[in-house]
Design a protein around this ligand. Structure first.
Ligand SMILES: *Cc1c(COP(=O)(O)O)cnc(C)c1O
Length: 401
């Protein structure tokens, strides 16, 4: 991390253009340690940095809330993978969203967001930022005329979309939304948590900012909570960076290290998640107990063609609705064995979640309410035969109730 030692790899955009995703994931921001040659850079736990005389900083390092080499390494890696000018790593996805919203909005302004946004995002915007004067308008992101009307009503600096959405698996047109936002002088924010940068690159489709819960696919092992913002322009990134520094929602060195380690295998994990989820979606589609399988990889999904254009594959998340309604959905959820009943998603292990009482309980009774007959599956990377056998026995249990 000292300035005398040069990176063995080219930095910046030239490197990004020349190298593939998996190469960047493994090498961007991961230069070996200059003194010993340790191939994996050490984790820097130090909260502060010695100064050579007052103000004599080494490579700009001053205090851990502002900069930390382990966090920087993750941020370089994330910026390279999303194709942004700057990435910032936070202590959670919601801390990242909070910093982004407060850095780019002022009281009296309005954020237009999808009416199927993640429950926690809507709770942050309505319950926390609402009382500070931030207005919001949920809209169906598939209705582009409604989005255009909303973005042009009032003072709207941000249009916010999640695609595919959690847990309804709706797919929204990033390029079309970017055009609508830009015509109105707004920025488009994409929550890319479900796709991950391996499957979808919102900045290359016209979006201005990407936000992640890195707790999910990027962390990928259900052992770290984190979030990130990636900005296409450095100027926008610097505003969010200032808020991060001034308000302090940074990720810890150990969390940043775990996230960096996980990002290195994102490409292979997403391929396997997609393989397994495709099999699960096909399997469930053929079952009598099921009224709908929500997976963009299925040809009858309303967002299938769009997803095929803007995503590399369709990812690991599958939602399923039951003919037997809430009772069948609950029995199924409690009967799985390979799928652990838990909140969260995106880890290597399969998880099952009942959104209306778990992850999305906070939006009950609002426009964003999730149907009670819906179960969300985060399909892991176990052997697919074991996953399918588990679903079979859980469907039988659900039918018996
Ligand atoms: C989990 C999640 C978040 C919030 O992230 P945390 O890391 O839990 O704070 C935001 N958006 C989506 C789509 C999520 O799934």
């Amino acid at each position: 991390m000292t300035d005398e030692v040069k990176s063995q790899r080219p930095e910046g955009e030239a490197a990004e253009a020349a190298e593939g995703f998996a190469t960047l994931a493994i090498h961007a921001g991961q230069e070996f340690e200059p003194v010993t040659g340790a191939v994996v850079p050490p984790v820097h736990f130090s909260s502060t940095y010695a100064q050579d005389g007052i103000g004599g900083l080494r490579s700009g390092y001053e205090y851990g809330r502002g900069t930390n080499p382990t966090r920087n390494s993750l941020q370089t890696q994330l910026a390279a993978l999303e194709g942004g000018a700057m990435a910032l790593s936070f202590g959670s996805g919601l801390a990242a969203e909070d910093a982004l919203l407060r850095a780019l909005m002022r009281p009296g302004q309005k954020v237009v967001l999808g009416n199927d946004a993640y429950g926690g995002t809507y709770r942050l915007i309505s319950k926390i930022l609402g009382p500070w004067g931030i207005e919001n308008q949920p809209v169906d992101m598939a209705d582009l005329d409604a989005v255009r009307a909303a973005v042009n009503s009032g003072d709207v600096p941000l249009l916010w979309v999640e695609t595919p959405s959690n847990p309804l698996m709706k797919v929204s047109d990033i390029a079309a939304l970017a055009e609508i936002a830009h015509e109105a002088g707004a920025l488009l924010v994409v929550d890319n948590t479900f796709a991950s940068p391996y499957l979808q690159k919102p900045l290359s489709l016209g979006a201005d900012i990407v936000v992640h819960s890195t707790t999910k696919y990027i962390g990928g092992h259900s052992d770290v909570v984190g979030g990130a913002v990636v900005a296409k322009d450095a100027e926008v990134g610097e505003k969010i960076q200032f808020l991060q520094f001034a308000a302090g929602g940074v990720s810890s060195p150990m969390d940043a290290f775990l996230t960096t380690r996980s990002l290195k295998t994102l490409a292979v994990r997403m391929e396997r998640h997609s393989d397994n989820a495709e099999r699960v979606a096909e399997y469930l589609s053929g079952r009598d107990e099921v009224s709908a399988v929500l997976y963009p990889g299925l040809p009858d999904h309303p967002g299938h063609d769009l997803a095929a254009r803007q995503m590399k594959r369709f990812g690991g998340m599958v939602s399923v609705r039951f003919k037997g309604g809430e009772a069948a959905a609950r029995r199924f959820t409690e009967a799985t064995r390979v799928f652990t009943l838990a909140e969260s998603l995106g880890g290597i292990e399969s998880l099952v979640n009942y959104p209306s009482e778990m992850t999305h309980a906070s939006v009950k009774g609002t426009e964003l309410e999730v149907p009670a007959d819906l179960v969300r599956l985060s399909v892991g990377i176990e052997d697919v035969e074991d996953i399918l056998a588990d679903l079979e026995q859980a469907l039988q249990a659900a039918a018996q109730g």
